[in-house]
Design a protein around this ligand. Structure first.
Ligand SMILES: [Zn+2]
Ligand SMILES: [Zn+2]
Length: 296
């Protein structure tokens, strides 16, 4: 909650006139507690998860041939009810895993100093912080993700749920065991802990993470894929392969950028698959028969 009673008081406190964005923020947040502002995150998740995947689901259900050529595993189709089962699981998960996580992470954000006041961060400050958060999360989640694959108990009891879908689709991005949510979400707090930010940046950080997860699980590699514009970006095809190989997957652990897989040699199975499947990109159909025996 802002410590100022009026716009004039806020302007005196920060020593200049408020920008348009700061005036909007003042009007929006002045009567809301920090706890309520923090809880916006889960509302954003519910709204984003319920609406953003719709275009992908419509493409899948329509069976449109022009668009189907961009599907990474075109032979695999999900029915409406399979998708709905996934949606129900994730919404339930959001109540018994994400909601408690919000309460715990509220205490953490207060401790690390996520601000809700004025002035707002500049555009450059916001961009730099988001880039740092992506880099830090990418590195830490690479090792956690690799750990839950290499540790048989953790894979069988926890991470296997996320791999129930060997053909990912937009709704399956957060489909996981509740403890997987806790384990693989924790790296998202490391960046803000290292470089504390304003709550607007914090909101944007989680929204971008949801967007990135949706994209990498969408099951489609369109010509406008971000892999063409962002160096080392994982993209849909790369993470799709991680699911395609299934429980035996020992490659493509990176979630945002591919460099960790490259540095630590965990992209070799994917490189091999690309080599033997290069006649029919972007699908993996040509390796349907032998991928389980040849991939690492
Ligand atoms: Zn995995
Ligand atoms: Zn996944």
């Amino acid at each position: 909650m802002l410590p100022y009673k009026s716009l004039e008081e806020a302007e005196v406190a920060i020593g200049r006139g408020l920008t348009h964005a700061e005036t909007i923020w003042f009007k929006y947040s002045s009567n809301k507690s920090d706890f309520v502002l923090h809880f916006h995150n889960i509302i954003f998740f519910w709204v984003f998860y319920s609406f953003a995947p719709i275009p992908f689901l419509l493409i899948e259900l329509s069976g449109n041939k022009k668009l189907n050529k961009y599907k990474i595993q075109p032979k695999e189709k999900k029915s409406f009810w399979e998708m709905f089962k996934c949606y129900k699981h994730v919404i339930k998960l959001s109540f018994y895993a994400v909601l408690p996580l919000q309460i715990v992470s509220y205490a953490i954000t207060k401790w690390i100093g996520i601000g809700t006041g004025l002035p707002l961060p500049s555009g450059w400050e916001l961009i730099c912080q988001l880039v740092i958060y992506f880099m830090v999360e990418d590195y830490t989640s690479y090792w956690l993700h690799r750990m839950v694959h290499n540790w048989d108990w953790a894979y069988e009891k926890i991470h296997k749920v996320h791999h129930e879908y060997e053909t990912p689709f937009a709704l399956s991005a957060p489909y996981s065991h509740w403890s997987d949510v806790l384990i693989l979400s924790s790296p998202a707090l490391v960046g803000p802990a290292m470089v504390p930010c304003h709550i607007i940046t914090y909101w944007l950080w989680f929204i971008f993470r949801h967007m990135e997860a949706l994209d990498t699980h969408s099951g489609y590699e369109f010509p406008w894929s971000l892999t063409k514009y962002i160096p080392f970006y994982v993209g849909a095809k790369y993470h799709d392969y991680h699911h395609y190989v299934g429980g035996r997957s020992k490659c493509n652990f990176s979630t945002v950028f591919t460099y960790c897989d490259y540095l630590y040699g965990t992209n070799k199975g994917y490189q091999y698959a690309k080599q033997i499947g290069k006649k029919t990109p972007p699908t993996y159909n040509s390796i349907d028969e032998n991928h389980h025996s040849k991939m690492d």
